[in-house]
Design a protein around this ligand. Structure first.
Ligand code: ATP
Length: 254
């Protein structure tokens, strides 16, 4: 029998005013996979991401992540549960250093740290030291260690995407949602980003990736889900999707 998917969504629907941005959409992400989510502009991909991560609430439908119903969790609880995301335009803090951005990625927002800081300051200091080492190792892995003490604002758009991905890894998540990791990134850096994703995947991380760059999708993904006009159009292997008549029509028909 098939193992339970790490993430599954069913019947997700979300309207903005009169527009059905997402219309009865399903999605499954198998544990250990790199799953792609593609579709023409306005297909509803980012809205679906927002629904999966509970940034916005669906009108209908449900999401289960690692056995837990996502709609009942707060944003920070979802992160603690092991789901993190990046954004189409990287959300790094430009007036903090690269390393400080990384350290923020590890913050637990559950109040626990406040009490520990009052009563166990040495434990916090020790933990900070371990986290700093972890942050530096991750920065090393994305080629940003030499920038650790620069302001994040000094990074290029592509480097900021790498930083955002590395920061997401600080929480040691099970699943990372990447919104267009290659958009606006120069080709050499795209290659580096793809290599990192494949390495992290080999180490056990699961990915769901929105991406318009088909080379990236073809080289990374085990499975691809295609959306158009808010709905599921098809899903299958990248090769199957590349030859799927309805998928081709959705892309070329406009
Ligand atoms: P792209 O590839 O261009 O990023 P997408 O597939 O991510 O597009 P969405 O951004 O999810 O598509 O948008 C789906 C539809 O919902 C579009 O018609 C968009 O204009 C609409 N939409 C999305 N968010 C909102 C909002 N907050 N208010 C109103 N309409 C919205």
């Amino acid at each position: 029998s098939q193992p339970m998917p790490l993430l599954s969504a069913s019947g997700l629907t979300k309207s903005f005013g009169g527009i059905k941005a997402v219309d009865n959409a399903d999605l499954e992400v198998a544990k250990g996979s790199i799953t792609g989510l593609i579709g023409p502009n306005g297909a509803g991909k980012t809205t679906l991401f927002n629904l999966l991560s509970n940034f916005i609430r669906p009108d209908r439908g449900w999401v289960i992540f690692d056995g837990a119903p996502v709609q009942q969790l707060r944003t920070y609880q979802i992160a603690l549960q092991g789901m993190v995301r990046t954004f189409q335009v990287a959300r790094t803090l430009s007036r903090l250093t690269v390393l400080e951005n990384m350290m923020l990625g590890a913050q637990k927002q559950d109040g626990e740290n406040f009490w520990r800081l009052q009563f166990q300051p040495w434990a916090i200091a020790k933990e900070q030291q371990i986290l700093r080492e972890q942050a530096m190792a991750l920065l090393e892995s994305v080629g940003l260690a030499h920038m650790a003490h620069e302001y994040a604002g000094a990074l290029s758009g592509g480097q900021r995407k790498l930083l955002e991905m590395a920061r997401a890894l600080m929480t040691q998540p099970k699943l990372i949602l990447l919104d267009e990791p290659a958009a606006g990134v120069n080709p050499k850096l795209i290659e580096q980003i793809c290599d990192r994703i494949l390495t992290w995947n080999r180490e056990g991380m699961t990915f769901l990736i929105i991406e318009h760059n088909m080379d990236v999708i073809m080289s990374l993904c085990d499975r691809v889900w295609v959306m158009a006009e808010g709905r599921n159009l098809a899903h299958g292997s990248p090769e199957e999707m590349q030859q799927h008549p309805q998928v081709l029509e959705a892309y070329l028909g406009k």
